[in-house]
Write a protein that binds this ligand. Structure first.
Ligand code: MIG
Length: 836
């Protein structure tokens, strides 16, 4: 009954079409009266007393902030922003009779006096990149605010974080309102996360707009009008950042400089993970681990869903099911398996029985039926959210009636972070944050939360403003707990909900998908757009969460999942089992092959992850990001790239064993056959169930580890560099390495090794540059596999290298099939290898 009710409610709220942004009834900001120059920009005051502030933060980054009918408020704050101390670049302002021109090295911003319209142009070509279609707007009867921008005939839109929609957002309408949307499908909107950042593309030139407003926001990319796009919010300030590319990578770089980048998670987080709602008791968890090891299928982590807790009370253990979590976790750890536990925000509403006392030592292991320490502490410290009238906000989630923490209170965040002692003290390695929209069974739309007040730095604002940042602040609290309680381990947090900036604290998964081919296909544009929106560490429940899967679907799903940053199989409570072996050996063998390949590719994935950490450019990319001027790539939803070098074109439909693959310009190698293709065209490929179409860019070098079943299983005694030559340019790769587990990388304890390979007359030359950084890896050799090459002699640093057998550890070279393999000991020095 309840379920039926809920699904009807969801259908009404989420299935129905989204309200358009009706700008016709809105008032427009008044014309400019006067202006004053500030240190890093200009404040315009309008005749209607409105104000517009332009901040020049970088040559390609400008912020626009406006108030309507009143001066700008003094408080200027956003939970999303990581960097506020920008050193103003060179800029100037010129005043003419009808407009102002603010110029930086890259941008020209024209601000017209009447009507007040803002236009962004390229400083060098003076071409218009983006322009207001109308002055900024407000509703005199409500708190709605809006902006409208001219829409180009061939303009396309990307980003917006987690949206269940194709790549190109043109002709789409979207809302940002964190929502628990089980079994969502393409078109369901909004879903869990709110990232109000988009990238516009026109004729190869890109710009970005981040509408940093945490109220419910709406975006309309050409549905309501074919002349303008619009974005609006139910409240708060008109406040957006304008980024100029023209390159998308540059925009993402700036956006993540502003909102923060992903800190490196532990390397094992890139390993395969198995989850289920829920694995319990202890013997089931250990049997699962045993199966994995016995079946020789790689695994790094098992996730414990809500049943590990005592009556769904967060920060407790059900000691009937898990009598000694410390012991169990340490036994698993000896097999190379880490435990990740779920933590929901809802704290069971449970006033203590009279006279009942909390156990002082390890309260998490005590019976909580008379007195629940988390609830008691939260009450004592007054950290729980209340409604405007002062009554407690009590929602209904898994524990029943529940209280929620006001994560805008810094001390409350600290307290929450420290509560993780109940998990970390027993050896838990990662935290999975769920239900943090925050979901409430009473009302999934958040309507019942609108009068819930948060401290919000003394503004005491309601959930109309704070719902969308709830998960961000909870993740920040959790991150702080990791830093204080496990200072030598890198935090690993997975979140369902989020707001812009969430990447500073958490990785994410795309929530409750279904075991359908449609959802497998949908996951690709979702991952790609999350990446363009600053979130690089993404993944979906492999195999699908809701509904009924099968062996073919699971196998194809792994053929996507083996390259996603988060590679986790997860299934709902009443679904069929879907561990890799559940549909029989035929499928299991194929899945094993892909997971083994993932582990071989870890140095490649990790190097690309480090790039995302350092630059913001995501690991899992739409082709468009790498080939921005190629209009063929504008809406390719069934292919993706990992970094610059791997192109995957998975099978996303049942019974399909061939497909067309678009290869962008350049040379490409079929990963499986080594066959070479010229790009810039569509090619047909064969893809029987054990083969997922995979291509390597000519000019790439792919580093590979030995096979392993978990991170740290054995010393990395050799790294193979697969070299894919290109006729046109040098192949190169700069391998990134560090200890993979501690924060020492932030102090420069890493190593970068650059390998290049060029074609010479009559052969090839490979050079290994002197490594950078001071991380000392264990002794190992490098193997360079040049494809295809037929050498007759090889010189190492000018001296003849002997031809040796394929095995062994001595320096030497040998041929196998059409490849040449050269093995040298990595002595940390630069080397030059010549093949003739
Ligand atoms: O109301 O914890 O998306 O992954 O297994 C459902 C139980 C709550 C939703 C999550 C899902 C998880 C489930 N949770």
């Amino acid at each position: 009954m309840k379920n039926l009710f809920l699904s009807i409610a969801w259908a009404i709220c989420f299935g129905a079409s989204i309200e358009a942004i009706d700008i016709t009834g809105l008032q427009q900001i008044g014309p400019i009266d006067h202006y004053v120059q500030t240190k890093n920009g200009v404040v315009f005051t309008c005749r209607d007393n409105s104000q517009v502030q332009i901040f020049v933060w970088a040559p390609d980054l400008v912020r626009v902030r406006a108030s309507f009918l009143k001066p700008l408020p003094e408080r200027d704050h956003s939970w999303a922003i990581d960097k506020t101390d920008w050193t103003a670049p060179q800029w100037k302002i010129i005043e003419t009779s009808d407009h102002f021109v603010i110029t930086t090295q890259e941008l020209e911003i024209l601000v017209y006096r009447s009507p007040l319209l803002i236009e962004f142009r390229d400083a060098k070509t003076h071409q218009v990149i983006n322009a207001d279609a109308r002055p900024m707007m407000y509703d005199s009867k409500s708190t709605t605010i809006a902006a409208a921008k001219k829409l180009g005939f061939d303009e396309h839109f990307y980003g917006l974080g987690e949206k269940a929609w194709q790549l190109d957002k043109r002709r789409g309408q979207f809302q940002m309102w964190n929502s628990d949307t089980p079994a969502y499908h393409e078109g369901t909107d909004p879903i869990y996360q709110s990232i109000p950042f988009y990238i516009g593309w026109q004729a190869g030139t890109a710009y970005g707009i981040f509408f940093d407003n945490s109220y419910r926001t709406r975006f309309d990319f050409g549905v309501d009008s074919q002349e303008h796009i619009a974005f609006a919010a139910d409240g708060g300030e008109m406040n957006y950042y304008f980024f100029y590319g023209p390159s998308m990578k540059k925009i993402i770089g700036r956006y993540t400089e502003l909102t923060g980048r992903i800190p490196l998670p532990p390397l094992w987080a890139l390993g395969h993970q198995q989850s289920r709602w829920s694995y319990y008791p202890e013997s089931t968890v250990e049997e699962l681990a045993r199966q994995y090891r016995e079946r020789d299928i790689p695994l790094d982590a098992i996730h414990l869903d809500i049943h590990y807790m005592n009556g769904y009370r967060v920060f407790t253990w059900n000691t009937d099911r898990f009598p000694d979590p410390t012991e169990m976790i340490s036994r698993l750890r000896q097999q190379g398996i880490k435990i990740v536990t779920i933590i929901d925000p809802g704290v069971k509403y449970q006033p203590p029985d009279e006279g009942a006392k909390d156990a002082t030592k390890n309260p998490e292991l005590a019976l909580q039926d008379k007195s629940y320490y988390v609830y008691n502490e939260g009450i004592a410290k007054d950290y729980f959210l209340k409604r405007k009238d002062g009554s407690p906000y009590i929602g209904r989630v898994w524990p029943g009636e529940s209280r929620f923490v006001d994560f805008t209170i810094p001390e409350a965040r600290r307290w929450w972070g420290d509560l993780h002692r109940a998990l970390f003290d027993h050896g838990v390695a990662g935290i999975w944050n769920d239900m943090n929209e925050p979901a409430d069974f009473v009302d999934q739309t958040g309507k019942s939360q609108m009068d819930v007040v948060s401290y919000d730095e003394g503004e005491h604002s309601t959930h109309a403003k704070n719902r969308n940042v709830f998960a961000l602040l909870m993740a920040q609290a959790t991150f702080g707990g990791f830093e204080r309680l496990k200072p030598n381990d890198r935090p690993f947090i997975i979140t369902r909900a989020g707001y812009a900036g969430i990447q500073r604290f958490a990785t994410m998964w795309t929530g409750d998908n279904s075991s359908t081919w449609d959802d497998l296909a949908l996951s690709i544009p979702m991952f790609e757009m999350l990446g363009l929106s600053g979130e690089t560490f993404v993944g979906a429940d492999i195999g699908g969460f809701a509904g009924k899967g099968n062996g073919e679907l699971l196998t194809r799903w792994y053929q996507v999942g083996f390259l996603t940053p988060l590679c986790r199989n997860h299934k709902t409570v009443n679904g069929y089992d879907q561990e890799p072996w559940r549909f029989g050996k035929y499928y299991e063998d194929i899945i094993r092959k892909y997971l083994k390949l993932r582990y071989r590719l870890l140095p490649f994935l990790y190097t690309n992850l480090e790039e995302a950490h350092r630059t913001g450019v995501p690991l899992f990319r739409p082709l468009l990001l790498n080939y921005q001027s190629d209009p063929n790539t504008l809406n390719i939803n069934d292919e993706y790239m990992i970094g610059d070098d791997l192109l995957a074109a998975p099978i996303l439909r049942a019974n399909q064993t061939t497909r067309l693959v678009y290869l962008p310009e350049g040379d490409w190698f079929d990963y499986w056959t080594g066959k070479r293709y010229a790009g810039g065209t569509m090619i047909p490929v064969e893809a029987p169930l054990d083969t997922t179409p995979l291509f390597v860019r000519g000019g790439a070098i792919i580093p590979m580890w030995p096979e392993m079943n978990y991170v740290g299983e054995k010393p990395i005694d050799q790294i193979t560099f697969d070299i894919y030559p290109s006729d046109k340019h040098t192949s190169s790769f700069t391998l990134y390495e560090d200890d993979g587990s501690t924060p020492a990388y932030k102090q420069g304890v890493f190593r970068r090794t650059k390998v290049t390979s060029t074609k010479t007359t009559g052969g090839y030359e490979i050079s290994i540059a002197s490594p950078e950084g001071n991380y000392q890896p264990a002794p190992r050799s490098f193997i360079f596999a040049l494809k295809p090459a037929s050498a007759t002699s090889v010189l190492l640093d000018g001296k003849t290298l002997t031809e040796t057998a394929a095995t062994g550890t001595a320096n030497g070279w040998h041929k196998a099939k059409s490849d040449t393999f050269i093995r040298i000991n990595d002595d940390g020095k630069p080397h030059r290898i010549q093949l003739k």
